[in-house]
Design a binder for this molecule. Structure first.
Ligand code: SAM
Length: 294
C-alpha cells in the first residue's frame, strides 16, 4: 500500500529497520532492555487499569515482555494479541509465550497502520514505546481506533524530548566528543521522539477520532541497560541505540575510546544495582469515539 508521504510502501523504512537492524539487536539485548524499560512500562499499564476478562491489543509488542504482562493482568478469561512488524522480535516473543502456556495471548506480524483488524474487537489498545514509528500517525491511530469497541480505550507510553531524557542525551554527548553528533531529525519524524510534542500528539489523536485525551508527564529514573555495571551499560550503548548509530562509521579504536569514556561518565550514576538515570515520558490515554467521524 503506498504511503501518504509518497510512492514508497507504507512504513517501508521502519519495516526494514526493525527486521534487519534494530530487531536483531533487541533480541540480543532483550533482557537488558526489559530491565531498562520494564518498570516504567508497568506504570503505564497501571494507568490502563485493565479488567480481568478484557481483550487487549499490544501495539508494537516487540519481544513480548509487555504482552505477557498484559495477559497476566487480564487473566484466563481475557486475551491479548501482540502485533509487530519485526519477524525476529516476534519469534522471540513466541518462544517466551511458550514458556507460560496458561496465558491467553497470540502474536501476529502486522503493521498497526494498515492491518485489517476485526472491527470493535478489543476493549483496550496498549503500547510500550511501539507507536512512534508510523509514517502517517493519524492514519495509524485511526486504524487502531476501528479495532476498538465503542467505549474502547487507548493507553501508551512514549518518550518526551531528547533534552529531557539524560539517559540518552548524556551518552550521546560523550560520543559527540569523539565523532560528529547525529543529524537532527525533523520534528515528528518516525523515531523515538515522534510523539514528544504533547500538543501535536493531542492533535494527532483528536484527528484520528479519540476524545478525553490525557497526557501525564512521567519523570522516573531507569536503569540504563537494566541492573548491572557501568562498563556493561557502556558496552551496550556502543552496540545498539543512538550512540551505536553515531559510531556506525567509526573504527574500532574510536569505539573503544567512546566505550571507556562512557564507562567513566556513567560510573557516578551507579547506585549499587545499576546505572540509574532520569527519564521523561508521556503516558497517553484516550477514549475511542463512539461515532467514527468519516
Ligand atoms: C522501541 S520498540 C518497543 C518494543 C516493545 N513494545 C517493548 O517495549 O519492548 C518499538 C517496536 O515497535 C514496532 N513497530 C514499529 N512500527 C510498527 C508498526 N507500524 N506496526 C507495528 N509495530 C511497529 C517495532 O518493530 C518494535 O518492535
Amino acid at each position: 500500500m503506498p504511503s501518504a508521504a509518497g510512492d514508497a510502501p507504507t512504513n517501508a523504512a521502519q519495516i526494514e529497520y526493525w527486521n534487519d537492524h534494530a530487531g536483531p539487536n533487541w533480541v540480543s539485548f532483550n533482557a537488558q532492555l526489559d530491565g531498562q524499560i520494564g518498570a516504567i512500562g508497568k506504570i503505564a499499564m497501571d494507568r490502563a487499569a485493565l479488567k480481568a476478562g478484557q481483550g487487549v491489543l499490544d501495539i508494537g509488542c516487540g519481544c513480548g515482555d509487555s504482552t505477557l504482562e498484559l495477559a497476566r493482568r487480564v487473566g484466563p478469561e481475557g486475551s491479548v494479541r501482540g502485533i509487530d512488524i519485526s519477524a525476529p522480535m516476534l519469534a522471540l516473543a513466541e518462544r517466551r509465550a511458550a514458556l507460560e502456556p496458561a496465558l491467553r495471548l497470540e502474536f501476529k506480524r502486522l503493521d498497526a497502520q494498515t492491518a485489517d483488524f476485526p472491527a470493535g474487537a478489543f476493549a483496550h489498545a496498549f503500547s510500550r514505546f511501539g507507536v512512534m514509528f508510523f509514517d502517517d500517525p493519524v492514519a495509524a491511530f485511526a486504524n487502531l481506533r476501528k479495532a476498538l469497541k465503542a467505549d474502547g480505550r487507548l493507553t501508551f507510553i512514549c518518550w518526551r524530548r531528547l533534552e529531557e531524557n539524560p539517559w540518552m542525551a548524556i551518552p550521546l554527548g560523550v560520543a559527540s566528543d569523539f565523532v560528529a553528533p547525529p543529524e537532527a531529525m525533523p520534528p515528528g519524524a518516525p523515531g523515538p521522539f515522534a510523539l514528544a510534542d504533547g500538543d501535536r500528539t493531542k492533535q494527532i489523536l483528536d484527528a484520528a477520532g479519540y476524545r478525553d485525551i490525557a497526557l501525564e508527564a512521567l519523570d522516573e529514573p531507569l536503569y540504563l541497560s537494566g541492573p548491572g555495571t557501568a562498563a556493561a551499560a557502556a558496552a551496550h550503548a556502543t552496540r545498539m541505540g543512538p550512540v551505536a548509530r553515531v559510531l556506525a562509521e567509526s573504527d574500532e579504536d574510536t569505539s573503544r575510546r567512546v566505550e571507556a569514556a562512557l564507562t567513566e561518565t556513567l560510573a557516578p550514576y551507579h547506585d549499587g544495582t545499576g546505572v540509574r538515570m532520569d527519564s521523561a515520558c508521556w503516558i497517553v490515554s484516550a477514549q475511542a469515539l463512539k461515532q467514527h467521524p468519516e
